[in-house]
Structures are given as C-alpha cells and as structure tokens.
Design a protein around this ligand. Sequence first.
Ligand SMILES: CC(C)(COP(=O)(O)OP(=O)(O)OC[C@H]1O[C@@H](n2cnc3c(N)ncnc32)[C@H](O)[C@@H]1OP(=O)(O)O)[C@@H](O)C(=O)NCCC(=O)NCCS
Length: 189
Amino acid sequence: MIDLSALRDNPTLAGSRVNLVPLSAAHADDFFESTRDDEIRRLTGTHRRPDYDEVCDWCATRADQFDRLDLAIIEEPGGRFVGELALTEVDADNESAAYRIALSAIEFTGQGLGKEATRLVLDYAFNHIRLHRVWLSVYAFNMRAIAVYRSCGFSVEGRMRDALLWDGRRHDALVMAVLESDFRRAAAD
Ligand SMILES: CC(C)(COP(=O)(O)OP(=O)(O)OC[C@H]1O[C@@H](n2cnc3c(N)ncnc32)[C@H](O)[C@@H]1OP(=O)(O)O)[C@@H](O)C(=O)NCCC(=O)NCCS
C-alpha cells in the first residue's frame, strides 16, 4: 500500500548539485519566464501560454494538493531556480503515478541536473511513497530526455502516433515507465 502522507509532507530532497523543494509562490517569476521559452515549450509540447496571474496562482497552490507532488529544482550552490518536476495522477489502488520534468531554460540542460533531479524524485517515489510504477510520455524527437529516462531505469512501452502537432508537423510520443525493480537495478549500475 502506498504512503499518502509522503505526498502530503511536501518534502525537500537534497542532492549534490540540485535540491528539490516544494514549488511555491516564491518560484512564480522564474516559472513564468520558462513558459515563454520557445524551445522548452516545443520539447514539452506546451501550446498554451498561461498568463502571469495563472502562474502565480498555480505555484501558490501546489503545496496544498495532496494527490500530487510538485517540486522546484534548485541548483546548488547558488540557490538558482532551474526547473520544476511533478508526480501526478497518483493512483493509490494500482500504486502508480505519472512523472513530468522541465528545466526552465536550455542553458540549464546537458549538465546532469535533470538526471540527478529525476533520480532524487524516483528514490522518494519508490522508497517513501512506496509506488510500484512511474510512467511518462516523451516526444520521440526528445533524445536527451529519453537518454535520461533510460539511465534512470525507464523503458519504452508504447508509441502514440502523431500525438503532437507543432508548427505544422506531427510527431510521435513514446510512453515510458519504470518499475521499482527497474529503478533499483539502474541505481546499482
Ligand atoms: C529532459 C531533461 C530533464 C534532461 O535533463 P538534463 O539535465 O538536460 O540532462 P542530463 O545532462 O542529466 O543528461 C543528458 C543525457 O542525455 C544524453 N544526450 C543528450 N543529447 C542526446 C541526444 N541527442 N541523443 C542521445 N543522448 C543524448 C547526454 O549524453 C546525457 O547522457 P549521459 O549523462 O549518459 O552522458 C532536460 O534537458 C529538460 O528539462 N529539457 C527541457 C524540457 C524537456 O525536454 N522536458 C522533458 C519532457 S518529456
């Protein structure tokens, strides 16, 4: 059985180059900036541009949502906001949840921050929330993200054809998932 209190706890997870802290109103300005970054929007397939008030409200209310976990990714040292991630669609009956992550600008990518953040939150998902399965979808062109997910134990389970229409072109999305045993194996490698 999963531990729902671990979702309500709004944990801070400490790594060596990033800390994960509860997403809050303090992150709204940085979060808003990331919603204006065209390359991040393409990689995450985000068509909508939320307005500033929406983003403020979103950030301010995340800690009160007990059926999901939204964390800001803070670079250490320095304390700079470099992105956010979330466990969503927590399904207690089946001990599963969905995962999403987005660093907030391309300049933050390719430095190992996303991999460390993903390992930290998966460790919490499997060892504290006691989930069995974490799944996600990723566009087939997003090779960097796919490489990170594979290194954390995710494997491809399926393909959603033409899931994204972006600038007049259609792109497939892959469904990937990691089971607790996959994560432990990947962590031991
Ligand atoms: C996806 C994301 C979280 C990855 O985090 P990151 O910090 O950039 O990635 P890392 O630096 O930790 O690791 C990148 C890995 O991808 C590999 N990689 C990069 N480009 C690649 C490519 N074109 N093909 C294959 N592998 C690639 C790197 O070699 C590295 O693997 P290694 O550590 O084994 O060398 C981050 O880039 C991000 O948030 N991007 C913008 C939004 C996004 O794409 N979100 C995911 C939506 S599903």
